[in-house]
Design a protein around this ligand. Sequence first.
Ligand code: NAD
Ligand code: DAU
Length: 357
Amino acid sequence: MILVTGGAGFIGSNFILDWFKLGDEAIINLDALTYAGNMENLSALTDCDRHIFIHGNICDAYLLSALFKSHRPRAIIHFAAESHVDRSIFGPAEFLHTNVQGTFKLLEAARAFYNTLDGNERAAFRFLHISTDEVYGTLAPGDAPFSEKTPYAPNSPYSASKAASDHFVRAYYHTYGLPTITTNCSNNYGPYQFPEKLIPLMILNALEGKPLPIYGDGKQVRDWLYVSDHCSGIRRVLEAGQPGETYNIGGLNEKMNIDIVKAVCALLDELRPSADGPYARLMTFVEDRPGHDSRYAINPSKIMNELGWKPQETFESGIRKTVHWYLNNSDWIKSVMSGEYKGWLQKNYMQRGRQEQ
Ligand code: NAD
Ligand code: DAU
């Protein structure tokens, strides 16, 4: 079996759902169920005895040690993290705690377990760490996309905490020989993404007739990857990636934020037209994110050439699937609209002044 951390979040739950569509190797899913974790994401697995959910924290060394001893996973896929840049600006401490301390605790538990293995079990063991392209900092318009050789230059508390965790993962390979692999991925989108993130936020606000808050001038660029393509990349790295290596995973879809919002509005105009007119009328420029990185772009040639992975979705096909999914899953949307989330919206958007462009 494999151990997945953060499997009730956006990417982790997509990874687990896809995993069981393709095979039946068991998964232990360790998740603390923070505001971002939601068991509704995994409701399709309620009767699946191959999915073992453990409600617990990656910072709990005692629990980790017990899980390794009793379940003896052949690999770890480490998704659990605080993942939202804006939240890291309001409250960086939790990011340091979960992303750095939590990863350290997991590495320590994995190292202790790895040292008990021998033969084939030892040779096959992998610790796969899921990281982000944000650790590379920001690009100017003509710069080459991030490669695995781009130096780290994180700019937000979130990306600094992910960079720190990546360095620990690297150090555990070099110092202790733990067979770690890190993947650095660009912006994901698709089903089950918590609506604090750009694409689901825009879909849900538009449907409620609320302003669509675009930070700054909306010309920042992100490189969008449909979540199931990210999950297939992770599976490929688990199968064939080399210990000690890092792999960039990206969708070859650089787009300006404003064009993403326009694309969402156009799809909603087609699929769920509003009596009040085109959804683009709700686009509102607001005060920028402090330290906002202006451009991310991934060069995925290493994973494409060495491991034969490539994304299946174009941005047009992926965004259509995504908008359809949110239109067809109103119960899921209700389940994530907690008091905590309403409080977050108040905190992040109420003090952000509007800006004329
Ligand atoms: P998410 O915020 O949707 O989910 C995070 C999950 O981790 C939640 O289920 C949460 O309950 C769990 N969690 C948080 N703290 C925990 C703790 N201390 N112990 C156990 N579980 C805990 O995040 P996501 O968007 O699914 O991202 C998953 C991973 O992928 C993260 O490591 C993130 O940095 C990375 N990543 C995300 C993106 C993206 O676009 N979303 C892109 C690149 C990399
Ligand atoms: O690049 C990978 C990263 O992508 C992951 O590591 C992070 O976990 C993930 O959250 C994401 O980070 P971003 O900050 O790029 O994602 P977010 O959806 O928050 O914002 C995308 C862009 O849209 C960014 O330039 C900020 C902008 N934005 C975001 C929100 C929430 C807005 O203009 N308005 C908004 O209301």
